[in-house]
Structures are given as structure tokens and as C-alpha cells.
Write a protein that binds this ligand. Structure first.
Ligand code: F3S
Length: 277
């Protein structure tokens, strides 16, 4: 039986990059979790002594601080520098971009609108770069209750938002304000995994989806695969595999949710490759 991995699966570029940075840094702290994956955070702690702090107040006296993928507020960054910590930036470049845009556009006199969740760390960080603050909204309905002061508006999006919803926001702004600068800062990584899973499921006669059973993006991958390949199974670890799934099969597709580390995927692929069909 041939085993084929999806063209895009598991951790996105920004998360993989951050992990590499943390492994190379070692003996460092991060303000908030480096990435959203507990197993990986524990592995970094055990093997590289990378410790997760809850907030900036705990970082006093830290020698080395890694900035997580979602970024941190500008004040926190300045605080670390003032405390003379060595700062290692693992902010995803797709998150740095809207931070830079907010800073530049607000310096040029634009009011800043961010489409996203005001409580999300990424959005808190991005908003902190707007020199006079930012309006954060999740929908046109929310935006309709906001009255901006001037006529110059600049808008960015949280990286994980859907493009059609962002367009609703931009259309609304364009219809009400004289000058609107739109920056599409959405990252396609999540959607790339979904498209690749679909392509794989169309060809495979059994598909294994690896990820947490509570992870919403893993469940989404499972349901996409099931649409195209009835024999699609979600597993958390190698113990969930059932040899019967593979009987008489020729092509086994494998994909993984955005929060599944490579070492879990490798373990499962290794076990599948030993199954006699
Ligand atoms: Fe990942 Fe960066 Fe996109 S962390 S989901 S590549 S914004």
C-alpha cells in the first residue's frame, strides 16, 4: 500500500519557524504560549528549557525572551528591551505585516480599523501599534455602531479571518468614508491544508487524519475528507489505528490538523507503513 501525505498539512509556516527559533534559542522564556499546542510547548520545555510565562510582569530579570507567533503588544516589547533582555522575535511575518501597517498608517493620520477578535493576542498586539488606538470589529453590524472621527480610514484583518467577511467590512467602509486604505492581511495557511486534504481524499481509498478530537480545524479536515473518501478516519495517536481500515487498500492518504506536531505524524505514518494489507 502506498502512503501519501497531503501537499500541505499540520503546522503552518509561521508555527514551524517559531519552533525552530525556540529550539535554537533554548533557556529562554516566552510571554504567553509560543504556539497554541500544549504537547509541543511541553516538549520545548523538557528538551530546550523554553518556559512559558503568563504575562510581561513575570518576565522581570529574564535574560532571553522569545516573542511568540501571534506577537505581543508594543509596550511589552519595549518593557523587555528596557529590562535588557535579549529579544528573539518569532512573530510570524504575516502578523508583523499588519503591525507595521497599523503603525505607518496611523502615523499618516489614518484611523485604524481591525477586523478580528479584540480578545485574541494577535489582534491585541496589532492594535497596540496604532498610535491613537484602533477600532476592532467582528462584523458589519458591530462596525455600524462605530462613528469614526475623520474621513481617512485604514483597515487590516486578523490573519485567520475569512476573505468574504473581510470584504463586507471593506465595502461598508468604502461606502461611508472618503478615503479608505485596505490591506488584505489574511493568511491562507489554514485554507491550504483544507484544499490539499480535498485533493488527496479524491485519489486515496483510505485517509487518516491526525489531530486532536476536540480540535475544530482537524474535525473540519475529517469532514472534508469524508465527502470524497468514505473511509476517512480521525486519529489522535498511533493507538487509534485499526488494521481493518487498510485491508485491500492501495493508496492511504495522510493529513494532519494545524496543531499537530511533525513527530506525532511521523510516529503514525511509521506504524501505518508496517501494517500488512
Ligand atoms: Fe500560521 Fe502565521 Fe498564518 S502563524 S496561520 S502562517 S499567520
Amino acid at each position: 500500500m502506498e502512503i501519501r501525505l497531503a501537499k500541505s498539512y499540520g503546522f503552518c509556516f509561521g508555527v514551524k519557524r517559531a519552533i525552530k527559533i525556540a529550539e535554537n534559542a533554548s533557556n529562554a522564556v516566552t510571554i504567553g504560549p509560543l504556539i497554541h499546542n500544549n504537547a509541543e510547548i511541553s516538549r520545548l520545555k523538557d528538551n530546550f528549557n523554553v518556559t512559558t510565562l503568563h504575562d510581561i510582569h513575570e518576565a522581570k530579570g529574564a535574560k532571553k525572551a522569545i516573542i511568540r507567533t501571534h506577537g505581543i503588544p508594543k509596550n511589552d516589547l519595549e518593557q523587555l528591551r528596557a529590562d535588557k533582555a535579549e529579544v528573539i522575535d518569532a512573530t510570524c511575518p504575516y502578523v508583523t505585516k499588519p503591525q507595521e501597517i497599523c503603525e505607518k498608517m496611523s502615523q499618516e493620520g489614518y484611523e485604524i480599523v481591525i477586523f478580528g477578535d479584540a480578545n485574541h493576542p494577535e489582534v491585541k498586539g496589532v492594535a497596540s501599534y496604532a498610535i491613537h488606538g484602533a477600532v476592532v470589529v467582528q462584523s458589519v453590524e458591530e462596525l455600524s455602531h462605530v462613528k469614526l472621527k475623520g474621513q481617512k480610514v485604514s483597515v487590516v484583518s486578523q490573519t485567520t479571518r475569512k476573505i468574504n467577511e473581510f470584504l463586507e467590512i471593506t465595502r461598508y467602509l468604502e461606502s461611508r468614508y472618503k478615503e479608505v486604505r485596505i490591506f488584505n492581511t489574511i493568511c491562507n495557511a489554514t485554507f491550504e491544508n483544507q484544499d490539499a486534504a480535498k485533493d488527496l481524499a479524491k485519489e486515496a481509498d483510505v485517509v487518516v487524519i491526525i489531530g486532536g478530537k476536540n480540535s475544530s480545524n482537524t474535525k473540519q479536515l475529517h469532514s472534508i475528507c469524508k465527502e470524497y473518501c468514505e473511509d476517512s478516519f480521525l486519529v489522535e495517536d498511533e493507538h487509534d489505528l485499526d488494521e481493518k481500515w487498510f485491508e485491500g487498500k492501495h493508496l492511504c492518504g495522510v493529513t494532519a490538523g494545524a496543531s499537530t506536531p511533525d513527530w506525532i505524524i511521523e510516529k503514525i505514518v511509521g506504524k501505518i507503513s508496517k501494517i500488512k494489507v
